[in-house]
Design a protein around this ligand. Structure first.
Ligand code: GRG
Length: 294
C-alpha cells in the first residue's frame, strides 16, 4: 500500500473514532461541544495519531489497540492549536483553512473548548470502554508519556519560551529548546505510545524514540520553512508571521535549514532500519514530513 492510501485510510478511522468520542459528550453544553468539534473536524493532517498507529502496526499489532489513545493525542494537539491562535498568544484568524475557533465562538469559549479537549483526552485513555484492548500497565505508561510531552516539561514549556523570546535575539540553544519542546516532544510521544502498545523492547523503544525525535524536529523546521516559502491557501493558516520568532530560518538561514531537515529525515529513517520491511510506512512518513507542503 502506498503512503497516500495509508494516510487516507487511517484518517477515516481516526475521524470516525473522534466522532464516536464526541457523541459521548452527552451533557456537554451544545455550544461548547460545537466549539470543540469545530476545530477538531477541520482539515487537520492527523500526523500524530497516524504516527502512533504506524508505530504500533510496525510492531505487528492492530491499529485498534492504539486508536483511542491516538485520538486522544489529536484532541490534545487540537487544544494546543486553539489556544495558540488566541489573541493573547499568536492572535491568528485562520487555522486549518477556516476562521479560528475564537473568531467563530469568542475567546471565552475557545479557551474552554481547548480545556475540554485536553481534559477529555485523558478520560478517553482511562475509559476502559475505549481502551479495553490495553493492559492497565500500558495505559499508565501511555498517560505518563502524553502528560510529560504535553505539559510544562514539554509542549507548554516550549510554548512559553516561544512567547518569551518573541522579538528577542535568542540563541541556537533557545531555538533548540523551543522546537524540541513546543513540537517535537508530542510527536516523539506519539511514536513512543504506539511502540509501547506494540510491546517494543527497551532497545527497540530507544530507536523508535530517536525516530520520533528526528521527525519531530524536522516537522518544526518544515513549519518554519513553510512560514517563509509556503502557500497560505495550501497550508491553511496565515504565513510570514514568524519573522520575530526563534526559527531555524532566523538562526541558520533557509539553505542550512533545508539541509538540517534532510539530515534529520535520513537519521529518522536509519533509526527504524532494525524493523526491516515493517519500517516501510514509518520511513515513508519521515520522507513525507521532509517534503510536505501543508
Ligand atoms: C500559552 C495560552 C497558551 C497556550 C498554549 C501549548 C500550546 C498552547 C501550544 C503549543 C504550541 C504549538 C501550537 C506548536 C505548534 C506545533 C505545530 C507545528 C502545529 C501545526 O501542526 P500540524 O501541521 O497541524 O500537524 P494540523 O492542522 O495539520 O493538525
Amino acid at each position: 500500500m502506498d503512503l497516500g492510501t495509508y494516510l487516507h485510510d487511517k484518517k477515516i478511522i481516526i475521524e470516525n473514532t473522534l466522532k464516536e468520542i464526541c457523541a459521548s459528550f452527552i451533557s456537554t453544553p451544545g455550544v461548547l461541544r460545537d466549539a470543540m468539534e469545530y476545530t477538531l473536524f477541520s482539515n487537520g493532517k492527523r500526523v500524530r495519531p497516524v504516527l502512533a498507529i504506524a508505530a504500533c502496526e510496525a510492531k505487528g499489532k492492530s491499529s485498534d489497540d492504539i486508536l483511542p489513545c491516538a485520538c486522544a493525542l489529536e484532541m490534545i494537539h487540537t487544544y494546543s492549536l486553539i489556544h495558540d491562535d488566541l489573541p493573547c498568544v499568536d492572535n491568528d484568524d485562520l487555522r486549518r483553512g477556516k476562521p479560528t475557533c475564537h473568531k467563530v465562538f469568542g475567546e471565552a469559549l475557545a479557551i474552554m473548548a481547548g480545556d475540554g479537549l485536553l481534559t477529555e483526552a485523558f478520560r478517553i485513555i482511562t475509559d476502559t470502554r475505549y481502551t479495553e484492548r490495553l493492559s492497565p500497565k500500558i495505559i499508565k505508561q501511555v498517560i505518563f508519556e502524553i502528560a510529560s510531552a504535553a505539559g510544562a516539561e514539554g509542549m507548554v514549556g516550549g510554548q512559553v519560551m516561544d512567547i518569551l523570546y518573541d522579538g528577542k535575539e535568542g540563541s541556537k540553544n533557545i531555538l533548540q529548546y523551543i522546537h524540541m519542546h513546543k513540537t517535537a516532544t508530542l510527536i516523539r510521544a506519539s511514536v513512543r505510545i504506539g511502540a509501547i502498545a506494540g510491546a517494543a523492547k527497551a532497545k527497540e523503544l530507544k530507536n523508535f524514540t530517536k525516530y520520533g525525535e528526528c521527525i519531530g524536529l524536522a516537522f518544526q523546521i518544515m513549519d518554519d520553512i513553510l512560514d517563509t516559502e509556503g502557500d497560505e491557501e495550501i497550508v491553511g493558516k496565515r504565513l510570514k508571521k514568524d519573522a520575530n520568532k526563534q526559527t531555524y530560518i532566523k538562526h541558520y538561514g533557509i539553505l542550512a535549514s533545508k539541509y538540517k531537515l534532510e539530515q534529520l529525515v535520513n537519521e529518522a529513517i536509519q533509526s527504524v532500519d532494525f524493523l526491516g520491511e515493517d519500517a516501510r510506512i514509518l520511513k515513508a512518513i519521515a520522507q513525507y514530513i521532509g517534503s510536505r507542503v501543508s
